[in-house]
Design a binder for this molecule. Structure first.
Ligand SMILES: C[S@@+](CC[C@H](N)C(=O)[O-])C[C@H]1O[C@@H](n2cnc3c(N)ncnc32)[C@H](O)[C@@H]1O
Length: 192
């Protein structure tokens, strides 16, 4: 299902397009997800009426804007973690320009060593690939049963993601699916 962006707030769509254009022209210096993945995450939230989302790796707020736009329809909230000062500040400005800041709580620091509130319906991992297992070790216990964990770069960083793949495949808490979209996504459901 495609998002009808005509339904989207004009300012939100404008910010998304500007970030995409900058990524196209400059070789994606802030490592944003593809528009296709943004739409996928947005749909996931809307169709499952997800309300509380934790993102690891805000960068400049591109994926966060897709997530927050969906959360504006479910009256939910995005908590998003970023350790880099400049990208953290650029994301703040982008969330404001996009008109989604009401649905976003930015957390400055290095995951998983940051304080986060309980509990989440969705976790989106898009930061340092070799750290994904440590994120999960901490954040899995902040997830509701039935919650969804999406991990990006499964195919583009297959070697670095080996430990994560092994971890989720052997976890009695998770049911997993590989989705060949963008740079590759693992979508895991918390079952216990
Ligand atoms: C791939 S980019 C995120 C892109 C963003 N999700 C998007 O699509 O718009 C990864 C970001 O994670 C941040 N990062 C990496 N490791 C981190 C950590 N352990 N804690 C917090 N931020 C981290 C980096 O500074 C970088 O900005």
């Amino acid at each position: 299902m495609k998002i009808n962006t005509q339904q989207m707030n004009k300012e939100t769509e404008k910010v998304l397009r500007e970030i995409e254009e900058d990524a196209r022209q400059n070789g994606n210096p802030n490592w944003i997800i593809s528009r296709e993945v943004g739409e996928f995450l947005n749909n996931l939230i809307r169709t499952n009426n997800i309300k509380r989302v934790l993102e690891v790796g805000t960068s400049i707020g591109y994926s966060g804007t897709w997530l927050a736009e969906a959360l504006s329809h479910t009256n939910g909230k995005l908590y998003t973690i970023e350790s880099h000062e400049n990208r953290f500040q650029t994301a703040k400005a982008n969330f404001q320009k996009a008109g989604v800041e009401k649905y976003v709580e930015q957390i400055k620091g290095h995951a998983p060593d940051v304080a986060i509130p309980d509990m989440f319906d969705m976790l989106f991992l898009d930061a340092t690939k070799v750290e994904y297992v440590s994120y999960l070790n901490t954040f899995l216990f902040h997830m509701r049963i039935g919650g969804i964990i999406v991990a990006d770069n499964v195919l583009s960083h297959a070697e670095k993601m080996k430990n994560y793949k092994e971890y989720i495949e052997n976890s009695p808490h998770l049911e997993n699916e590989l989705i060949e979209m963008g740079t590759g996504l693992y979508v895991s459901k918390v079952i216990a």
